[in-house]
Design a protein around this ligand. Structure first.
Ligand SMILES: N[C@@H](CCC(=O)N[C@@H](CS)C(=O)NCC(=O)O)C(=O)O
Length: 318
């Protein structure tokens, strides 16, 4: 991580300061919280001066990462490919965190010429202390990070670009309260729960996390009986948030993070749901199982040999 703008020590995704007293993993708060808005007024947090404009903003993502991929997915489904550009880091975490390079599916950083993602953070905030996480939403004009919290970024990609994107709404006004209400346990028990299981350092913290993970898996399996998506026929932000975790589940969380009471493939509704979302045009290109496996299995604290398992079988052929 960065301390006062300097990269310190070798990269370790589970550090002692990320633990609470019971040995449970505590995710750091994202520090850049400005919003792109239709005019250039401030959004719910941060400062103003980031109006929606074509070609002005850039997303830094990792295909391994569910948080980054939910931003990539919303960008794609909103038709913002030509409006917001993207760079993809290499799948494996290095001793200096995420790196740009020539690995298939990744890019060099032609925008800022960085080798490591942490350089983007110190370019925006020379004395930054914290992790250099993906996603990062970068403003090419002001040469700074707008926001590094995926939950905010998906909302602005969905709602701030007006005519520059299509008019699909993943956060429709009539469902907002229900979406917010369901996002909370899905995040706490499942999206972040798998990390709390994988990064736990006590048996108790691990078990608490895993029970939460499977509570949410089972609730989602039930909820999807007779429904295409979580709220019926419309794909919403909550589906996108659930999808990115489910699509990584059997390949990474089941084994590496020890979330192994069941696999997603053993849950018929969830499997059908994953396939249903995967075939929506644009979705499949945001899912790269090779990057996912290489990325998770490069976490040395959990997999010192670096051996990457061959399975599981792909969800869809080809
Ligand atoms: N709250 C952030 C979390 C992002 C996050 O934790 N990303 C991970 C990858 S899955 C990362 O970049 N980790 C690098 C690190 O912890 O140093 C968000 O949702 O945007």
């Amino acid at each position: 991580m960065l301390v006062n703008g300097k990269w310190t020590g070798s990269y370790h995704p589970v550090q002692s300061k990320d633990k609470d007293a019971k040995g449970a993993f505590v995710r750091q708060e994202s520090q850049f919280r400005n919003w792109i808005t239709r005019d250039d007024r401030p959004g719910p947090t941060g400062e103003g001066g980031f109006p929606a404009e074509a070609g002005r903003y850039h997303l830094y993502v990792a295909l391994t990462c569910p948080w980054a991929c939910r931003t990539l997915l919303v960008r794609k489904l909103k038709g913002l490919d030509d409006v917001v550009s993207v760079s993809v880091v290499e799948p494996c975490l290095t001793d200096e965190g995420w790196r740009f390079g020539d690995f298939p599916g990744a890019n060099r950083d032609t925008l800022n010429g960085a080798t490591y993602l942490h350089e983007i953070y110190t370019r925006a905030a020379p004395a930054y202390t914290g992790r250099a996480t993906v996603p990062v939403l970068w403003d090419k004009q002001r040469q700074t990070i707008v926001n590094n919290e995926s939950a905010d970024i998906i909302r602005m990609l969905n709602g701030s670009f007006g005519e520059l994107g299509n008019n699909i709404d993943f956060y429709p006004p009539d469902l907002r309260a229900e979406i917010d209400a369901l996002n909370e346990p899905i995040y706490r028990k499942l999206n972040n729960g798998v990390y709390r299981a994988g990064f736990a350092s006590t048996q108790q913290a691990y078990e608490e996390a895993v029970w939460g993970v499977f509570e949410m898996i089972d609730e989602s399996e039930q909820r999807l009986t007779g429904r295409s998506f979580l709220f019926g026929d419309r794909l919403t932000e909550t589906d996108i948030r659930l999808f990115v975790t489910l699509v990584r589940f059997d390949a990474a969380y089941h084994d590496l993070f020890k979330c192994n009471l069941r696999r997603v493939i053993d849950c018929p509704n969830l499997t059908a749901y994953l396939r249903r979302i995967m075939i929506i045009p644009g979705v499949r290109e945001t899912v790269n199982i090779e990057h996912i496996k290489l990325g998770y299995y490069s976490i040395k604290a959990l997999n010192p040999t670096g051996i990457v398992p061959l399975g599981p079988e792909p969800l869809l052929p080809g």
